[in-house]
Design a binder for this molecule. Sequence first.
Ligand SMILES: [Zn+2]
Length: 232
Amino acid sequence: MEQAKPLSWRAVTELSALSAVPPGARDAVLKFYFGPMDCGKSTLALQMNYNHRRQGRRGLVLTKHDRSGGPKVTSRIGLGLEAIEVEDSLDLVGLVAGHDRIDYLICDEACFYTVEQIEQLADLVDSYGVDVYAFGLASDFRSVMFPAAQRLFELADEVCRLQVEVLCWCGRPGRLNARVVGGAMARTGEQVVIGDTDDAPVRYQVLCRRHHRAGQLGEGEGAEASGMRSAV
Ligand SMILES: [Zn+2]
């Protein structure tokens, strides 16, 4: 009778997913976190890098067109980290292959990468076992999806909408980015125009779907010099 106990103990242990799967044996993942500006994407990207690093994992942090204007990931709440700038010509598989051992990539502003680079990210996951965490906007100022974001929606193992309470001026959840040129909401133009810098004539404002469709910027409307936050 006493013998039964250790046997059942062993059986339970062997069935445990934690002990049965050796570390590193799981499939790598491609995850895409999206949301409007100010929803905390870069902050989460930096936090995720910190967490993985603490586990002894080795990774690279990539970005493109960061708000700092340099090869850095910076968040609006003041965190920052040196990063690799993803030029259109950069081969991401080659980049990883040029390093000793890479367990994961943090890809900030992935909406601005080329579609080919998104394919390369999928290759890194499937053929090289690299976890890829991509962050970015889904859609541009017209509410049309960025090609790279669309490809991420199509290929990612997991897609998560980030909604860290970015609010439209009306109080509804902010879902879409509006481009404001000369105090008015733009409907046409280049897909990527960098704004929100000190003397740029272009700024961006987060609106709910209703007010994005109506083109209503709220109290800040027409106020040329008003910053993004003063309009909220
Ligand atoms: Zn609104």
